[in-house]
Design a protein around this ligand. Structure first.
Ligand code: GDP
Length: 196
């Protein structure tokens, strides 16, 4: 695994409390992007959200890739098309076409690696260089299953988010799935309300 094919079908429904829907019908389509250093878990967060899959040895992301999943907000079906960086993050830059049309972004770091948190600021700058101010951004601390190795506290992450006017923050684990659905659903819900 490691590669997410755009047209992958998924035909499962998750637990009752997760409002996943099958892929054929939707009211809104929102494009979102993932940003953050290599290795923070972008690819696995996306596959956990879109296919409920995790890979311990995911390969480097190559090529242009996105995955889709739909959620239900107020009886409205929102389909998310979420793009992974395709390895662009190795150069700590992203392209215009990657950002184009995005209405949401997950800014991801690894709670066990300080450098990935310090670089979030650069990712944010990069994002703001490419996109209009209205994009909804969520700061995401991933690898919560490794909280015993935590070096980034919730307080410092929240303080950073506040300073940068980022209203959404969550910690997740792509490995055990904790908060992954919640993070994407919250982002999409906020986009939906901002658009409405
Ligand atoms: P990306 O480079 O940002 O796309 O990161 P990947 O999704 O490829 O993940 C990098 C490595 O971290 C892989 O070995 C993953 O198995 C691992 N990984 C990703 N998410 C988690 C997580 O939530 N917890 C743990 N323990 N490992 C993770």
């Amino acid at each position: 695994m490691g590669t997410i094919y755009p047209d992958d079908d998924y035909d499962y429904l998750l637990d009752d409390d997760d409002d996943y829907l099958l892929d054929d019908d939707y009211d809104y389509l929102f494009k979102g992007i993932l940003l953050g250093d290599s290795g923070v878990g972008k690819t696995n967060l996306l596959s956990r959200f879109s296919k409920n899959k995790f890979n311990l040895e995911s390969e480097r992301t190559i090529g242009v890739e996105f995955a889709t999943a739909s959620i239900n907000v107020d009886d409205t079906i929102i389909k998310a098309q979420i793009w992974d960086t395709s390895g662009q993050e190795r150069y700590r830059t992203i392209t215009n076409s990657y950002c184009q049309g995005s209405v949401g972004a997950l800014l991801i770091y690894d709670i066990t690696r300080k450098g990935t948190f310090e670089n979030v600021e650069r990712w944010l700058q990069e994002l703001r260089n490419h996109i209009d101010q209205n994009i909804v951004i969520m700061l995401v601390g991933n690898k919560l299953d490794q909280r015993h190795l935590r070096v980034v506290t919730i307080d410092e992450a929240k303080a950073f988010a506040k300073r940068e006017n980022i209203n959404l923050f969550m910690e997740t684990s792509a490995l055990d799935g904790l908060n992954v659905y919640n993070a994407f659903a919250e982002l999409l819900t906020q986009i939906y309300y901002a658009a409405g």
